[in-house]
Design a protein around this ligand. Structure first.
Ligand code: ASP
Length: 584
């Protein structure tokens, strides 16, 4: 028996008991005549004591040899501690050791295994197994486990069945590139790793499973943006015989349950906003509604004066920054520099100071009088003491820029509180999205999404205006999930593929199995998938999803611990009938 108790378990009530503990040496203090060791395992830390008077001399010698992270087993008596440590749960006791076994030695770890470590990101990634010994990382993994358990319990209770779908499949498009796996037994042929189990969950509905979920890995070969992982986890769900309303209610229930279980916070009904409204009010399809600073469109009150910049713009739009009139000229200049950075890309910014005495002072006083500026204040909801920031230009671009400014300022003003949860549904997404590069429409969600039935006709004349039965669930400015009602008949699906530029042959080759299935009594169905990594990191109040993944990849998609990806040897290449010609 390696242990009778864990290192987080012993209390004063155990005094005089003989116990056996196993764990890692966190640190050792050697006073010569007395040695204290902090013994650590997943559950906590227990202090061990060896002293000249009570400990045999050979045991004393052995204890002196212990280095950091040695794995040891000790047996001893629980005694009351003379100087108690109220910071840890075992702080009232210590173990007077009578027997010590070194189970394994350790090299000195490359960074300290403490809450505040001296190790930088890179080194901790390389030795992730040591990082996992640290409380913050371990706690994050346990936190993630709690979230997934809450999900599994809730959905299972509601008669959802968790079904595994295959990883070696044919492409399921979700807008990224596929990772492919060469097939040794089928020369020149490849599997694709799923970008999502989309087609399979739809086939499960055809199979009559009715309510499906799966906590599942998805793989997307995207150019890595900050805080994206090439493999990530979804809570993937699908239901048959449902309308959009049923899905929204079911998964609002799930989200509410998770937030209650994990954070103890009760959330009322989630607000709903159309995509168009979200874009207009927040410049963003995943608005953070924990704070105001809503957009005020100023075309009517700011155009048709002498100011050419505004007159030539498609959209003039502003936000009121609470208390922003206190910014110095220099600070405002810095803000303008910030918004002109290539990442944001605005050409400039007009601003209006709302003075405490009710007057205004703007950067465009030459063109606008106090009455004009009062109207701007009214539209943006600015009060005395605020600063109005105004951008102008092409609608989509200018909204994106102002949204970036809104988020940045809210961050600086401390309005993005991590202990506040403001979920909402964004509904009625456009079905299609124009792609400048390929000069054609792409499915905004994926090609299986159903257009609003009453708008199908519009596909012929104004495809860009057609809305879909598609929805996103947004939490604190992050899209945590998205889904849609699906097309469930062959004709509509074929028509959709056609709009998306697939020839009938291509559609058949890639998705023939789905269209075949639709001919055998496919029920109306729809679903949603949540990004588990992101959800967990928001609930955990932390920024990066990496902190909640046991073995994450770095920003260039590498696993620096196992050193992957890596070349494969010639024999393997030959077996797979792959030739690498790097010069070509
Ligand atoms: N398959 C979709 C995705 O991964 C989710 C869904 O439509 O259910 O985003």
């Amino acid at each position: 028996m390696y242990r009778s108790h864990t290192c987080g378990e012993l209390r004063e009530s155990h005094i005089n008991n003989t116990v056996t503990l196993s764990g890692w040496v966190q640190k050792s203090r050697d006073k010569g005549f007395m040695i204290w060791i902090d013994l650590r395992d997943r559950y906590g830390i227990t202090q061990l004591i060896f002293d000249e008077e009570r400990t045999a001399s050979d045991l004393m010698e052995k204890a002196k040899m212990l280095g950091r992270e040695f794995v040891i087993q000790v047996t001893g008596t629980v005694i009351e501690r003379t100087s108690k440590n109220p910071k840890i749960s075992t702080g009232n006791i210590e173990i007077l050791v009578s027997d010590l076994e070194i189970l394994n030695e350790s090299l000195t770890p490359p960074f300290t295994i403490e809450d505040e470590t001296d190790g930088g990101d890179d080194i901790r990634m390389k030795y992730r197994y040591l990082d996992i010994r640290r409380n913050p990382v371990r706690e994050n993994l346990i936190f993630r486990h709690k979230v997934t358990m809450a999900v599994r319990n809730y959905l299972s209770e509601k008669e959802f069945v968790e079904v595994e779908t295959p990883y070696l499949i044919k492409s399921t498009p979700e807008g990224a590139r596929d990772f492919v796996v060469p097939s040794r037994m089928n020369e020149g042929q490849f599997y694709a790793l799923p970008q999502s189990p989309q087609t399979f969950k739809q086939l499960l509905m055809v199979g009559g499973m009715d309510k499906y979920f799966q906590i599942v890995k998805c793989f997307r070969d995207e150019d890595l943006r900050a805080d994206r992982q090439p493999e990530f986890t979804q809570i993937d769900c699908e239901m048959a015989f449902v309308e959009q309303e049923d899905i929204l209610n079911t998964f609002e229930g799930l989200t509410r349950h998770i937030i209650k279980e994990i954070k103890g916070v009760e959330i009322g009904e989630f607000p709903r906003m159309t995509y168009d409204e979200a874009m207009q009010r927040y410049g963003n399809d995943k608005p953070d509604i924990r704070f105001g600073m809503e957009f005020g469109e100023l075309n009517e009150v700011a155009k048709h004066k002498e100011f050419g910049v505004f007159n030539n713009a498609e959209l003039v739009v502003g936000i009121a920054v609470p208390g922003g009139n206190s910014y110095s000229r220099k600070e405002i200049d810095k803000l303008i520099d910030w918004i002109k950075r290539p990442q944001v890309g605005a050409l400039g910014m007009v601003y209006v100071r709302c003075n405490e005495d009710g007057s205004y002072k703007s950067s465009v006083d030459k063109f606008y009088d106090q009455d004009d500026l009062a109207k701007w204040a009214e539209v943006t909801g600015a009060k005395a003491g605020d600063l109005i920031c105004v951008l102008s230009g092409d609608t989509l671009k200018v909204r994106t820029q102002l949204s970036a400014l809104r988020m940045e300022l809210a961050e600086r003003l401390g309005l993005r509180k991590t202990d506040e949860f403001a979920p909402l549904w964004v509904v009625d997404f456009p079905l299609l999205e124009w792609d400048e590069d390929t000069e054609r429409y792409h499915a905004m969600h994926h090609p299986f999404t159903s257009p609003k039935p009453e708008q199908i006709e519009l596909l012929k004349t104004k495809p860009g205006e057609v809305k879909a039965n598609a929805y996103d669930i947004v939490l604190n400015g992050n899209e945590i999930g998205g889904g849609s009602i699906r097309i469930h008949d062959k004709e509509t699906q074929a028509m959709m593929f056609d709009y998306l530029g697939f020839t009938p042959e291509e559609a058949k080759a890639q998705f023939g199995f789905l269209m075949d299935a639709f001919q055998y009594g496919a029920p109306p169905h729809g679903g949603i998938a949540f990004g588990l990594d992101r959800l967990v990191s928001i609930l955990g109040g932390q920024e990066t999803i990496r902190d909640f993944i046991a073995f994450p990849k770095n920003n260039s998609g590498r696993d620096v611990m196992i050193d992957a990806p890596a070349p494969i040897d010639d024999t393997q290449l030959k077996e797979l009938c792959l030739k690498l010609d790097l010069k070509a």
